[in-house]
Design a protein around this ligand. Structure first.
Ligand code: AMP
Length: 415
């Protein structure tokens, strides 16, 4: 199958070939014809599936084929983080850079001065990729109008809601024309995401081509049993023994991120922390160093690492387990991208075993437990909740929330 057979304009199919995409991925093959028809799309897809081109190419096609009915912003892409805004915006710019007609792609996110973003919008824009809060700021400053927007894309809708953007999304929806196309992508579909999708979408084409192609066969999941205090040492040994060239290590807290990176550096590993307290400039620099190979290990929190795209990342390590199964899916999705294979290693201790089971249950997949010689665990799980002296069992079983809280607290105390 080729891109031109999906109905894309020949110059666009050429541009895609020019950046080295030989064949559409599964999500592209399913979503592009549907979006070109003008249908709403509900896609179950992760980063790595090729979803960016899946929603961007039909928009660009409409723009260069003179299908635009109204003047003003044509396509709005909402993303949860600044990293994703940059990544998606740059990916779309790459798609349009060789086209005969110019297509203007703008990027906006919070946490930096709004003025340059306002300046960049002078003279209008065709496609806007933005985080929801900053987008509303730009609208309030009259830097951008949404009344001509024909296509709305929600990218990583689950993360948008996780990060508390539901009110902003509601405000944005209220400002958009009622008659528009909606393309909705999410890696997971908890009830809040389903509710938003059914409120927004009209008879959507459902696409679940997602992960099987880009992920399932390509990510080897491993779980290594180790006592929490020995994880850094084990990590060092694995990096050396298994000759990991580049590793993204996930931890639960900013403190752990600094602490683990520091310990690795002291042992001669080129490691750096990566968390939400970094300035935008520092994040960009650290990411560039990691991408270029100057850094071997990035020790990141979920928030900081969300959505970052690093080509050919061979290994992801869950030093601390993620809080939710959804985060686990996101984390391991950083490896084995676009058809390449990868390894996702999780450190599991007696205290986090139950939590890891929950993650396994959710993905309906067991991961065999391994032990590494010299790092066999000796610690027991913490004692269960004490019984009530009156006879009844106080608090009964721990709720899921309690377990998650404990797992998170454990990450904090020993990070
Ligand atoms: P995405 O899921 O959109 O973040 O894309 C993941 C990666 O796959 C990016 O690095 C894209 O450049 C790449 N990619 C997307 N579509 C294709 C394709 N049809 N062929 C090869 N690589 C692709």
């Amino acid at each position: 199958m080729s891109f031109s057979s999906l109905g894309l304009a020949p110059e666009l199919a050429d541009a895609v070939a020019g950046i080295g995409y030989e064949q559409p991925t599964a999500i592209q093959a399913a979503a592009i014809p549907a979006a070109l028809r003008g249908a709403d799309v509900l896609g179950s897809a992760q980063t790595g599936s090729g979803k960016t081109a899946a929603f961007a190419l039909p928009m660009v096609h409409a723009l260069i084929s003179g299908k635009r009915e109204r003047r003003g912003l044509y396509g709005l892409v909402l993303v949860p983080t600044r990293e994703l805004a940059t990544q998606v915006g740059e990916a779309i710019r790459k798609l349009v850079q060789r086209l005969p007609q110019p297509v203007k792609v703008s990027i906006a996110f919070g946490g930096v001065s709004i003025n340059p973003q306002m300046m960049a919008l002078r003279g209008g824009t065709d496609i806007m990729v933005a985080t929801p809060g900053r987008l509303l700021d730009l609208v309030e400053h009259n830097a951008l109008k949404l009344d001509a927007t024909s296509v709305l894309v929600l990218d990583e809708a689950d993360k948008l809601l996780d990060m508390g953007f539901s009110e902003e999304i509601a405000s944005i929806l209220a400002k958009l024309p009622a008659r528009r196309q909606n393309l909705f992508f999410s890696a997971t579909f908890p009830p809040a995401v389903q509710a938003l999708a059914s409120a927004m979408l009209r008879e959507p084409v459902r696409i679940e081509a997602s992960n099987e192609e880009a992920h399932e066969p390509d990510i080897l999941q491993r779980a290594i049993e180790v006592d929490a205090p020995r994880r850094t040492q084990l990590l060092r040994q694995l990096i050396k023994q298994e000759k990991w060239s580049r590793v993204l290590v996930f931890v639960a807290t900013k403190y752990a991120s600094e602490h683990v990176a520091d310990k690795l550096r002291r042992n001669g590993v080129r490691a750096e922390a990566f968390h939400g307290d970094f300035s935008q400039g520092a994040r960009t620099e650290v990411l560039a160093d990691f991408k270029s190979g100057r850094l071997q290990v990035l020790v990141a929190t979920d928030v900081a690492a969300r959505g970052i795209d690093i080509a050919r990342l061979p290994v992801v390590v869950n030093y601390d387990l993620p809080r939710s199964p959804a985060d686990y899916t996101h984390r391991i999705g950083r490896t084995g991208r676009a058809g390449e294979s990868g390894v996702a290693v999780s450190f599991v201790s007696a205290d986090t075993e139950a939590h890891f089971r929950l993650i396994e249950n959710r993905q309906q997949k067991r991961v065999p437990r391994e032990r590494i010689a010299g790092f066999e665990p000796v610690q027991q799980a913490a004692a269960p909740v004490a019984s009530d002296p009156n006879g009844g069992i106080k608090g009964k079983r721990k709720s899921k929330k309690d377990k998650l809280r404990e797992a998170a607290a454990q990450g904090k105390s020993d990070g």
